[in-house]
Design a protein around this ligand. Structure first.
Ligand code: THU
Length: 135
């Protein structure tokens, strides 16, 4: 699975977004260590708080299916599904990544149709609180 393939799957997932309130459609594609890919989209809620981000949708789907070992995630988003710049994972999603992923977990932030930034979980969540802190 190349970065480009994972990115294409995140863009595909974005089309499934349920975002009637913000209009921002977000897609994610999560690569498991065994090569399986899980796609996720944001799922909004009239009460706002229960909204689930695309990254967490993908991670929770994977964990439910028994996967806990992840290599990379590609993320994209934009108003009405139009990508105009990168859509970095929110703090809650970064913490959920921390639960299952090591420092070298890769995040591809899709900038536009042809570009993306590559960073690691250590870049996005330094000095983090992890399962290692509680034993
Ligand atoms: N959103 C995500 O899906 N992932 C993030 O990491 C940031 C925010 C969604 C939540 C909401 O539906 C919309 O983007 C606007 O905040």
């Amino acid at each position: 699975m190349t970065a480009e393939n994972l990115i294409a799957l995140a863009k595909e997932a974005m089309q499934k977004a349920y975002a009637p309130y913000s209009g921002y459609k977000v897609g994610a594609a999560l690569l498991c260590a065994d090569g399986t890919v899980y796609q996720g989209c944001n799922i909004e809620n009239a009460a706002f708080g229960p909204t689930n981000c695309a990254e967490r949708t993908a991670i929770f789907k994977a964990v439910y299916d028994g996967h806990r070992d992840f290599t990379a995630i590609a993320v994209c988003g934009g108003k009405d599904g139009v990508i105009t710049g990168s859509f970095p994972p929110c703090g809650v999603c970064r913490q959920v990544m921390r639960e299952f992923c090591e420092d070298d977990f890769i995040i591809y932030m899709i900038d536009a149709d042809v570009g993306y930034k590559t960073c690691t979980l250590a870049d996005l969540l330094p000095y983090s609180f992890s399962p290692k802190n509680i034993g």
